[in-house]
Ligand binder design. Structure first.
Ligand SMILES: Cc1ncc(COP(=O)(O)O)c(C=O)c1O
Length: 383
């Protein structure tokens, strides 16, 4: 759909962010597709009722949330484990308040989604970086490095699973190895699984808390219908916390700010998405998978000095442009002023992202192709 003029950050904030508005927008992790018709219908119905006062959280919503985890991810959790957040980043920030103290170290595996840095800093906690490493031609968690970073005041890990921006879907073997260290070193895992449903057919997402009772008792998981169904503006996210003590601590922060429930439209959209939109998601993934193939082929053939690993999940891919001699500054200048596309600056994800850019392929194929063409042609004219 045309999103320009809909008060949309991705398309209507280009001038402010990039200094130009005539760019193709492939930055913010929002897709250019309308929300599922089932969700739109449920929202229309709710509005037609005319009553938008305080809602209660219906049991059917809890069933939709837990049913989705069971069906799509094989994770069986009780309804009592479900609680909320007005956004996943907000939930992560509340978790830092609930589970860590000022001055504590919080481990993140970089490059990673920029707000992870901000929420740790802003809470007066310490960012402790465990950079991803290269292994067999792809990014991997440096588990030996992780183990060395754990101390009594640094035992919280924010896991990004699947990982934004490197588009890895962590394997069972990798998660098992992480779980073993978590147990031995008494690590609390705050697992951001917002991209859990956006996984291609050659990968499988595993919820880290589903690995064992041991892991479930030391993990706080965040999921949401926001990325999956392109409804991030609903500000409705889900915290899944099977351990009663951890849940109590998390909920006490929610209660402090009177944020214990979703908005009436947020809960309507969330229930409908999880209860009725599995087929919509399957169709979306088939489309995105073709976009993935096209992008991989295009980068290989038309941008021979750029490199992109095989993306396993998410619709935001990580391209290494260093082969063309760019640093962050020259790369952004090139993309905006020569190629006329808006991608995320890799260095915002950490120093490891210097010379990289993140591209959002969640758009119609013709537009994606046009954006890739613009980059390739501009690269060629530099050569
Ligand atoms: C890993 C990750 N976490 C959280 C978010 C944002 O979540 P929210 O808008 O619910 O705060 C994003 C959005 O791109 C993301 O990629």
């Amino acid at each position: 759909m045309e999103r320009r003029g809909t008060n949309c950050e991705k398309w209507d904030y280009l001038e402010e962010e990039f200094g130009k508005s005539d760019l193709l927008a492939l930055w913010v992790a929002d897709m250019d597709f309308p929300a599922p018709p089932e969700v739109l219908k449920a929202l229309h119905n709710k509005i037609d009722e005319g009553a938008l006062g305080y809602p209660i959280t219906p049991d059917s919503l809890l069933e939709a949330v837990t049913g989705w985890q069971k069906k799509r991810h094989g994770w069986e959790i009780g309804k009592e484990s479900v609680t909320w957040a007005p956004g996943v980043v907000a939930g992560l920030a509340f978790s830092l308040m609930a589970f860590t103290k000022p001055g504590d170290g919080v481990i993140i595996q970089t490059p990673v989604y920029p707000p992870f840095y901000a929420i740790i800093n802003d809470a007066g906690r310490r960012i402790v970086k465990n950079p991803l490493k290269r292994e067999n031609g792809r990014f991997a968690m440096d588990l030996e490095g992780l183990e060395k970073l754990v101390t009594p005041t640094c035992r919280t890990l924010i896991l990004c699973s699947p990982h934004n921006p490197v588009a890895r879907v962590w394997t069972r073997k990798e998660l098992d190895a992480l779980a073993e260290i978590a147990k031995r070193k008494d690590i609390l895992v705050i697992s951001d699984e917002i991209h859990q449903d956006l996984v291609f057919s050659d990968a499988k997402h595993i919820c880290i808390a589903s690995l064992s009772d041991q892991m479930s008792s030391r993990t706080v998981t965040f999921v949401a219908p926001s990325k999956t169904f392109n409804i991030a503006g609903m500000k409705a996210s889900v915290a899944l916390i099977p351990d009663e003590k951890l849940r109590f601590r998390y909920k006490s922060v929610l209660d402090r700010f009177h944020l214990g429930s979703l908005s009436i439209l947020g809960l309507t959209a969330t229930e409908t998405a999880y209860a009725e939109c599995a087929e919509w998601l399957d169709e979306l993934m088939a489309y995105l998978e073709e976009n993935r193939e096209m992008t991989e082929k295009f980068v290989k053939e038309r941008m021979p000095k750029a490199r992109m690993d095989h993306p396993e999940g998410t619709y935001i891919f990580w391209i290494d442009f260093r082969g063309y001699g760019f640093n962050s500054e020259t790369l952004m200048d090139f993309l905006v002023n020569e190629a006329k596309v808006a991608l995320n600056n890799g260095s915002n994800f950490g120093t490891e992202g210097e010379g990289f850019a993140r591209i959002n392929i969640g758009t119609n194929r013709a537009q994606l192709k046009e954006a890739l063409e613009r980059i390739a042609v501009a690269l060629q004219s530099r050569a």
